[in-house]
Ligand binder design. Sequence first.
Ligand SMILES: Cc1cc2nc3c(=O)[nH]c(=O)nc-3n(C[C@H](O)[C@H](O)[C@H](O)COP(=O)(O)OP(=O)(O)OC[C@H]3O[C@@H](n4cnc5c(N)ncnc54)[C@H](O)[C@@H]3O)c2cc1C
Length: 344
Amino acid sequence: MGHVILFRQAVVDVETSRGICVVADYIKDGQVSSHTRELVGLGQSLSIASSRPLLAVLIGREAKSAAESIALPEMKRIFIVEDDAFERYHPETWCAVLFSLFSRIFPALILIPHNATGCDLAPRLSIELKAFAVTDCVRVQFDYGQFLFSKPIYGGNAFATLRIKAETVVATVRPRVGSPPHEHVQKPDEAPIETIHETHLPEHKVKVESVVPIEESECSLEQARVIVSGGRGMGGSEGFEVLSDVARLLGGAVGATRPAVDSGWAPASNQVGITGKIVAPDLYIAVGISGSSQHLSGMSDSGRIVAINKDPDAYIFKVSDYGVVGDWKEVLPAFISRIREFIF
Ligand SMILES: Cc1cc2nc3c(=O)[nH]c(=O)nc-3n(C[C@H](O)[C@H](O)[C@H](O)COP(=O)(O)OP(=O)(O)OC[C@H]3O[C@@H](n4cnc5c(N)ncnc54)[C@H](O)[C@@H]3O)c2cc1C
């Protein structure tokens, strides 16, 4: 007797099934993050290319107004969960509500921002869904009738492009890979919002005892259009104070390499790289940084890279658009006074 494969026993809504679904990482003041907005733009172009429905899930307070702000004509449904139990990200509750939704709509592709929340959620969700997870995507395309996912491998020294044979793929995508939908796009008269009332939440195995907010620099690394980063060559925390001055003048944020963080010159939340944050500002100024693959894989998508290093053979110069060979103690004060001339 042949095998009968019961794919998934569910009543399938054809309008929303086998679609591309964007999961928002958080909602603040009734808005999704810029990273989520970029994934909506990416989802929109993939939806057009693959003729699959575009969907989104928003979890948290003020999800309804956030949903209205991202509605697009291509969007078939925006699922929202506004229950108080979802005020903050919790792996078990988020995973439970997403699992029950996805078991109903059975998406082909789930797009999640590649950050701390996304990296926690994606593998859990893919296990529950028996789906394939691909993290840290720097490109997602639809070609030859299939989705293709590109991601760095070997510590950022090479890129792999994956064609995945799976019914559902859960992908985390780096910032600035997609572009937010154009502002002038005609909004639908009414956003296709569906509220989910989840009643069967699991009992938490993980209990959050307290939440300590991380000391954020004035401008967060992920949102910053300018990042001024320092490495071991800064020599101490005083060097980072100079970097803060430059960042403040340029309206940017301060980043750091792992040795600078390990030495206590910068907080761990400022670390850029494969084990830190993945950033893609318009301008990245690397000061006293040699350019290891682990650091580059966190910032190589930056628009313009400027390096200041006293070693003319430092690898960072190979990936920079502009380079200054010199001691930062001489270069930065001159740079600061030149910026001041322009600003004031
Ligand atoms: C598993 C793993 C994960 C890692 N993850 C990360 C990560 O996420 N992010 C990360 O950054 N690193 C990471 N690392 C560490 C990484 O391998 C490198 O050691 C690190 O990036 C080097 O940091 P650096 O450029 O600050 O220091 P160095 O390589 O020591 O470079 C210092 C540079 O400063 C220059 N310099 C010195 N003095 C001056 C001066 N006065 N003026 C101007 N230039 C000066 C020097 O010429 C040199 O090029 C990881 C390593 C491992 C093994």
